[in-house]
Design a protein around this ligand. Structure first.
Ligand code: NAP
Length: 332
């Protein structure tokens, strides 16, 4: 059996458990799958949880960390017509991105726009699929609406600001420092709230309430998010950085005819209703032209060699980043 290199875990724990080491070569690609020579992998908050043993991969997925990558198609399985060896691609993964090669269903692969650096494209699949599926496919965000994004300086936040502005929405953000708020303003946010100094409910109320809220905090913000909604408002919970169990005031919610959505990307099936392939198709059709023309740009805070994955995890954990951290796995 030949070998490839991947990030292996010496048990669960801190960043030091990650090791760039030989791993068994991948089987495949099977029917409907694509084998990618990985150029770079995006680092996600979920990777930090998986490393600590709190976020196991869905059944059948690679145990290797990594929910997104960019690279070059090496081989395609039977029945794959959209991709050919040599294509520059990026892909949404259920795992396996921190490796020299990964196998992924063809429906989770996207082309890399011609003018875009291949490594930088690793910063896109997770944020693009998460933001588009929540703000557009679920909440139907429209021009003139007010969107509140918690954690505006995050990988998700910096992308969501740009997507919302491109649709003509007004954007409010929360962040923990003036420096992050300044960056959010550059991306197009117009209401800037330092959550350490200001009550976001009061500020949002002055603007008539939020039509849509994209929330990373979960339980800690549940009550205040409902208060901050406008009539017919929609709360999209995508993160639980502030806990998983909160109290929901149904009286306030129904008085506003409000909706609470809560979605996860990784556990979705590839195919079928609400599957990853459906989201990727929508992203490719509607968002990819905005990336190709530069209306929406990838935001990369730092690129590190994969051998420095521990430093990359520490950086994301420090909350000092604006946008994404990516790991370089091979030169183009
Ligand atoms: N459901 C899904 O499918 C899905 C997919 C991808 C990501 N996510 C989730 O989306 C969230 C963002 O992901 P990411 O990769 O973009 O994370 P990230 O870049 O690590 O950002 C996390 C952000 O949370 C902010 N934050 C911390 N405490 C806060 C508070 N009290 N109020 C507002 N913001 C606060 C931090 O910045 P400050 O300095 O401003 O505190 C930081 O910018 C994470 O919770 C992640 O798990 C969900």
């Amino acid at each position: 059996m030949s070998v490839m290199y991947a990030i292996e875990l010496d048990g669960f724990g801190g960043p030091e458990v990650m090791r760039w080491a030989q791993a068994p070569d991948l089987a495949g690609p099977g029917a409907g799958e694509v084998l990618i020579d990985v150029t770079a992998a995006g680092v996600n908050r979920a990777d930090l949880l998986q490393r600590q043993g709190f976020y196991p991969p869905p059944p059948g997925s690679s145990e290797v960390l990594g929910l997104e990558c960019s690279g070059v198609v090496a081989r395609v399985g039977d029945g794959v017509r959209d991709w050919r060896p040599g294509d520059r691609v990026c892909a949404l993964l259920s795992g396996g991105g921190y490796a020299e090669q990964v196998v992924v269903p063809a429906g989770q692969v996207l082309p890399v726009p011609e003018a875009m650096d291949l490594a930088v494209a690793a910063a896109l699949p997770e944020v693009a699929a998460t933001v588009w599926s929540n703000l557009v496919m679920r909440a139907g965000l429209r021009a003139g609406q007010l969107l509140l994004i918690h954690g505006g300086g995050s990988g998700i936040g910096t992308h969501a600001i740009q997507v919302a502005v491109s649709r003509g929405a007004r954007v409010a953000v929360t962040a923990g420092s003036q420096a992050k708020l300044d960056r959010c303003k550059e991306f197009g946010a117009s209401i800037l709230i330092n959550y350490r100094e200001e009550d976001f409910v009061a500020t949002i109320a002055e603007s008539g309430g939020a039509d849509v809220i994209l929330d990373n905090m979960g339980a800690a913000y549940l009550g205040r998010n409902i208060e901050a909604l406008a009539d017919d408002g929609q709360l999209c919970v995508i993160g639980m950085q502030g806990g998983v169990k909160g109290e929901l005031n149904l009286s306030t919610l129904l008085g506003k005819r409000g909706t609470v959505h809560a979605t996860n990307l990784r556990k979705r099936p590839t195919n079928g209703r609400s599957g990853k392939a459906e989201i990727i198709t929508e992203v490719r059709r509607h968002l990819w032209p905005l990336l190709a023309e530069g209306t929406v740009v990838p935001v990369v805070h730092a690129e590190l060699p994969v051998t420095e994955a521990a430093t990359a995890h520490g950086l994301l954990d420090s909350a000092e980043t604006v946008g994404k951290v990516i790991l370089r796995i091979r030169e183009d």
